[in-house]
Design a protein around this ligand. Sequence first.
Ligand SMILES: O=C(CO)COP(=O)(O)O
Length: 140
Amino acid sequence: MLKIAFIAHDRKKDEMVNFVIAYEHVFVPHKLYSTGTTGTRIMEQTNLTIHRFMSGPLGGDQQIGALVAENEMDLIIFLRDPLMAQPHEPDIIALLRLCDVQGIPVATNIATAEVLVKAIERGDFAWRELVHKYKPGADE
Ligand SMILES: O=C(CO)COP(=O)(O)O
């Protein structure tokens, strides 16, 4: 079971919803997270249960970033809008930076998202179970 986060900027939300519908069967066994509005949109159109954080501009990216900082998050699909300025740009940069700090796979466009979802399907990230299992403070 991986921890996967979905984040999409407004003009990318339809693309995100269609993507998650297409691969719903891949995401079902995993623990899913999202920023506020993205999660609402996905849950309206799929049967997935998603833990929703705050909306991005209100701190949602930072909340997901906090899990990344603790090496808790396994993979992020973040469909960014490259053509629209975001009021919380610093939060977005901070989240992507933390993904690079921890070496967390993060797709920022649909083409990379497709590659990652195929990798999830193949079990390429199963090693992340070990990260969680042997983390300091983990139960076992
Ligand atoms: O702004 C976002 C990510 O930077 C996304 O937030 P929402 O999912 O709440 O729209």
